[in-house]
Ligand binder design. Structure first.
Ligand SMILES: Nc1nc2c(c(=O)[nH]1)N[C@H]1C(S)=C(S)[C@@H](COP(=O)(O)O)O[C@H]1N2
Ligand SMILES: [Mo]
Length: 393
């Protein structure tokens, strides 16, 4: 009876664990090993808040990115093709927040790492569970940031699929973070507001953390924010370097599409089948749209694309307004040789079968003779070297 009236929440159900002998308390497990006064709760809370915000931003923008690239069946025909720069902005933020999280995670781990050598290692079942949840959180976050960072370098040195791993780790981290914040709610509440007594060194430490975050952000964000290009010193890409002022991820040589057949024709497999030569495409109304290429790897760049509106082609081929499309590239293999497009994109007046970029005929590397360019669409789906458009009922 007494137990139920203490109001001690889940602690009621806690089970003490047998304790190891103190003789095992050696090396860093000894008392007084860690001398810095900054291994304390207020510093951990201030850094943790910033890290938590960065992780949350990564999670939400990552979900959006995932849905736009690989939507679940019930959503795939309803994805909006606007705002034009939606994917560009959210993917840019995703990578910016991920990079900012690296120094924040370093600072947070430094602040709390003495707890790794806490004694006794597990007071009770609850204490053990909390520590295991933190171990999962730390391991998953380290792996997530590491894989994400290497992805921005287009480097995939592991045997597992990047995107699925990155996606599921995101859920694990968010779940473990919620558990962690719940378990530490009391301590977080106590240290959320600034106390009266300033701790020597804390201000300098937090200032250094802020300066580190600012430094890595300013020197990498230029890969997606045009105003910061001049100081884009550390990002793997300068979005204005590359043929025709645009970066190239997969070149025509890599894709095996350097030699476009002289009798190339665009096929549209609709109720009225079309086989259009370049000359015929050029007799159709040409439209120009400033649209970005926004790569999942973090860089983005806008260009002026000129070509035929996809919806004009579809109307000519007698395609129903709600038809999905399959877009087939001349590239014979590769994960993006074939892509699908929802009617929301296909019918958007800005979506083009582009034949020119920035006033010039497309370079082989940018998809000559024709490529897809659509608003609010992940770069991976902006298919280059298009040969056929299939109207899927
Ligand atoms: N056929 C084909 N189209 C493709 C790709 C590809 O590998 N094959 N890569 C995509 C990716 S990942 C991006 S980011 C953009 C890059 O376009 P760009 O090289 O013209 O800048 O093209 C997309 N179109
Ligand atoms: Mo990409």
């Amino acid at each position: 009876m007494n137990e139920t009236s203490t109001g001690d929440g889940p602690r009621r159900f806690d089970i003490p664990l047998p304790q190891p002998p103190d003789a095992l308390r050696i090396g860093p497990l000894r008392e007084g090993t860690f001398r810095s006064p900054l291994h304390e709760a207020r510093t951990a809370v201030v850094v943790g808040r910033r890290l938590g915000a960065a992780i949350l931003l990564c999670f939400l923008s990552g979900l959006l990115s995932h849905v736009l690239q690989e939507p679940p069946g019930w959503l795939r025909d309803h994805l909006p093709s606007r705002p034009v720069n939606g994917y560009r902005v959210t993917q840019g933020l995703h990578v910016i927040a991920g990079i900012a999280a690296v120094p924040l995670l370093g600072a947070k781990l430094w602040t709390v790492y003495p707890k790794l050598f806490e004694w006794p290692p597990a007071r009770s079942v609850r204490h053990l569970a909390e520590r295991l949840a933190i171990a999962v959180l730390v391991a998953a976050t380290l792996l997530e940031l590491f894989t994400g960072l290497l992805n921005t370098l287009q480097w995939y040195p592991w045997p597992f699929p990047f995107r699925q791993t990155h996606f599921w780790l995101g859920w694990i981290i968010t779940g473990a973070l919620l558990l962690h914040v719940t378990a530490k709610a009391t301590a977080i509440g106590e240290h959320w507001w600034r106390g009266r007594a300033a701790l020597p060194g804390r201000r300098a430490f937090l200032g250094t953390v802020t300066a580190s975050v600012a430094a890595v952000t300013v020197t990498t964000a230029g890969q997606s924010i045009p105003g910061l290009r001049a100081v884009d010193l550390l990002a793997p890409r300068r979005p204005d370097l590359g043929s025709q002022g645009l970066p190239v991820n997969r070149t025509a040589a890599q894709a095996g599409t350097t030699a476009v057949p002289a009798d190339w024709r665009l096929t549209v497999d609709g109720p009225v089948p079309l086989h259009l030569s370049m000359a015929e495409l050029l007799t159709m109304p040409q439209h120009t749209a400033p649209l970005p290429i926004a790569c999942v790897e973090g860089w983005s760049a806008s260009a002026d694309w000129t070509g035929v509106r996809l919806r004009d082609l579809l109307d000519r081929a007698g395609a129903p307004a709600d038809a999905r499309l399959r877009i087939v590239s001349l590239e014979s293999s590769g994960p993006y040789a074939v892509t699908e497009m929802a009617p929301t994109y296909a019918r958007d007046p800005l979506t083009l079968l582009a034949l020119r970029v920035n006033g010039q005929v497309l370079d082989a590397d940018h998809g000559y003779p024709a490529r897809i360019i659509a608003p609010n669409r992940p770069g991976v789906l902006q298919t280059k070297w298009v040969s056929r458009i299939e109207v899927l009922g």
